[in-house]
Ligand binder design. Structure first.
Ligand code: DAH
Length: 349
């Protein structure tokens, strides 16, 4: 191949290589290879001695032209690559300012916690202390201290999960009463406490039963506490939760830790006592158990039952929530479906 052919070949191949280079590094390699100090064009220039003297000027001219051409094409290619990069970046960083913003998902309080917080606040306002007993409770506090000796028939009222003969998953929060009574120093004033918490029972789960639910225990002990104090307190709770127009009534009942024992009904908030499916056409809805603290419970905890008396009550918070929000399946409280849970909001008082 003579020099003219080599130049022609280099021109075609060089232009193709420049066109193929797709990034700056690549392009720079091509530049060095074509027109660098040890590049192919320089090599051709070094072979000038092979050319007849009279044609050297012409070859020199062609070499210079090709160098200019390569230079121009390399510069253009570089501009293109830079431009493409900029465009790519702009495309990647493009934001659509007309898109709606991303919504923050707002959590909501569990309906039972709404009622619980509300009641706690209410009782704190009346000078009650809020206590929390253990969920793994002893037979001693849960039953024996509460006037339910071993083999007492009333133990059957609560199907209890036993861990061993002495430890159990508490089936009622009533043990909190015994724990507080034992410690209270009556020279410092009356005992007023509420004890909210989870309780467990060996129940088959259905729409109205759950093996887990929430109770709130209440206890007031002082000198001269009467049934009238109990009635007034329960009436206030009922009206606070179910509305100021509610009527209440007490029915005799039985609990081992109270004597006398009562159950409280509120007039139906749905039909105002006229009768409807919610109150099973009785006009009344049963909401809690209560009574005057049994002297044995006081004595078991070392409190003198001749000089001190008290009342106690036990509230099913699930039941309160079911009634207040018109929920028809207690299991909804424990299956953590946010479509259910998201529907409840604390009301402003
Ligand atoms: N512990 C009872 C239950 O789980 C509820 C109860 C009734 C608690 C009367 C009390 C009370 O403190 O006085 O069924």
């Amino acid at each position: 191949m003579d020099l003219f052919d080599r130049l022609k070949e280099l021109r075609e191949r060089g232009l193709a290589e420049i066109a193929k280079a797709n990034d700056e590094k690549n392009l720079n390699d091509v530049r060095v290879k074509l027109i660098g100090r040890k590049g192919e064009l320089t090599e051709i220039l070094h072979s000038m001695s092979e050319v007849a003297p009279e044609r050297r000027r012409e070859v020199g001219q062609k070499v210079n032209n090709l160098r200019d051409l390569f230079n121009n094409k390399l510069d253009d290619a570089k501009d293109n690559i830079v431009q493409t990069l900029v465009e790519q970046r702009l495309e990647e960083e493009k934001i659509d300012v007309t898109l709606p913003g991303r919504r923050m998902h707002m959590g909501s309080e569990h309906p039972i916690n709404i009622i619980l917080d509300d009641l706690e606040e209410y009782f704190i306002g009346m000078g009650y202390e809020v206590v929390q007993g253990p969920e793994i409770e002893t037979d001693h506090y849960c039953f024996e201290m509460m006037n339910l000796p071993k083999d007492h028939p009333a133990r059957d009222m609560q199907a209890t999960f036993y861990i061993d003969s002495e430890n159990l998953l508490r089936s009622q929060t009533s043990g909190d009463q015994a724990r507080v009574l034992e410690k209270h120093d009556f020279t410092k004033g009356p005992l007023k406490m509420v004890g909210p918490g989870k309780v467990y029972r060996r129940d088959d789960d259905d729409a109205t039963h759950s093996h887990q639910f929430m109770q709130m225990e209440g206890l007031v002990v002082d000198r001269h506490i009467t049934m009238g104090d109990l009635k007034g307190t329960l009436e206030m709770i009922a009206r606070h939760i179910f509305g100021q127009d509610r009527e209440t009534r007490l029915r005799p009942s039985y609990f081992p830790f109270t004597e006398p024992s009562v159950e409280m009904d509120v007039s139906c908030f749905n039909c105002d006592g006229k009768g409807c499916p919610i109150c099973k056409f009785t006009g009344w809805i049963e909401v809690l158990g209560a009574g005057m603290v049994h002297p044995n419970v006081l004595e078991n905890a070392g409190v003198d039952s001749k000089n001190y008396s008290g009342f106690a009550f036990g509230v099913g918070l699930d039941r309160f929530a079911i009634l207040k929000y018109g929920i028809d399946d207690i299991r909804d409280f424990y299956t953590n479906d946010i479509r259910f849970l998201g529907q409840f909001r604390k009301e402003e008082r």
